[in-house]
Structures are given as C-alpha cells and as structure tokens.
Unconditional design. Structure first.
Length: 88
C-alpha cells in the first residue's frame, strides 16, 4: 500500500546549461507518495522496513524506518501507519 502527503520542503535547483550553477534555495510545497517496500527485520516488538518516497514528477528516494510492533496484526500495516505519523 502507499499514501500521499503534501510536504513543504527546501528546493535547490541546478542549471546544467549554466555550468551547473545553482539558484538560491526556496520553500516549495510538493506532493509525495510514500510506499513501504519490504519488512527488513522483526524481533519482538522492534521492526525495520524499507520504504520509498517519490515526489510528483520526480524519481524515488529510499530509506529505512524503525517502528514499534504491537505483536498483533500486520507489521507492514503498523509500520506504514507509524511512518505516516512521523512524516505528517
């Protein structure tokens, strides 16, 4: 499963046609899609998942996220809920 959020981020733009000159950083609201890709480890109530964040019109970045598992239910669903709460 995946979820979508709007985040305010600092954007740094490069201009390859101008010898890779960069413009001043600026704040911009972007829409991101976050997907939990896999459960990397689960030991008791401690788990780690691999996830991706894809900005609209961009390429995905990947990360690892540690979460607390209740011991019941689907650990990926719980990881996704915890990840969403941490990004909101």
């Amino acid at each position: 499963m995946a979820f979508t959020l709007v985040k305010s981020v600092t954007v740094l733009k490069q201009c390859p046609s101008l010898c890779n000159a960069t413009l001043a950083p600026e704040q911009e609201d972007i829409t991101i899609t976050v997907s939990v890709i896999s459960l990397e480890s689960l030991s008791g109530t401690f788990g780690t998942v691999n996830y991706s964040i894809t900005p609209e019109g961009g390429t995905a970045g990947h990360g690892m996220f540690d979460f607390t598992y209740s011991g019941t239910g689907n650990p990926i669903d719980e990881a996704e809920a915890a990840l969403k709460a941490s990004l909101s």
